[in-house]
Design a protein around this ligand. Sequence first.
Ligand code: GLN
Length: 262
Amino acid sequence: METMELKIGWLYPTLMSTYGDRGNVICLQRRCQWRNLPVTIIPLDQQASPTQLKEVDLIVGGGAQDRQQEIVMRDLKGAKADILRDKIESGTPGVFTCGSPQLLGHYYEPALGQRIEGLGLLDFVSKHPGIEAKRCIGNVVFEVTASPLAEDLKTMLGIAPLIIGFENHGGRTYLGKVAPLGKVIKGYGNNGEDGYEGAFYHHAIATYSHGPLLPKNPFMADWLIQKALEQKYQTSINLTKLDDSLAFQAREAMFKRLDLNN
Ligand code: GLN
């Protein structure tokens, strides 16, 4: 059988790594290496070619400030936009945090300046209510409701785990027909009003949850790795279990601090 390997594409690491989301890339990389699965990280900055984007098996996008998002959207046009759209539509998995989902939706209206047109891939809009408005900052906990992610996590762990993260955003996201990723238990989520957190489309996870998200919720990393391998090799994959006892102890400590039980 063919030796498996994964290519992780990291969207705009120099412009969109303001909020520690690099931790998601490291987490995916380490969890592949611990299983002796060769992994390559492909930084997809402005100078990256559309072909490089085309070759990736899993995509990670982080958060950014409004100004950087505008620069990114000027680059993410034409061939790169078409490839990213095709990949997500055809099931390439990805995790997109905060600023990057805002770019996958129809548009983002920043605190200052012009509306930034997004890829229109996910059916939502994001708007910053202005520099005077309070930012949504703090620990966030949510229950995954998106199908089949929620069922897959339950099968993987025997329970439906809560997701713990940390949010820091000015923009508010309002979903159209796209499924929410989950239901907020603590924190603001998409807009602090409707109780939804993030969005889920094919195998793309869009969320306001930094953390970074994956080290705090390592089963999400495994879900992404599994889907990426299944998608690439068209066979069902059972990942070997890793010892996540420290991550689970850290989760327990957070749940206690937030007066929650999981
Ligand atoms: N600039 C966006 C906002 O404030 C995204 C912030 C982020 O990525 N954390 O909503």
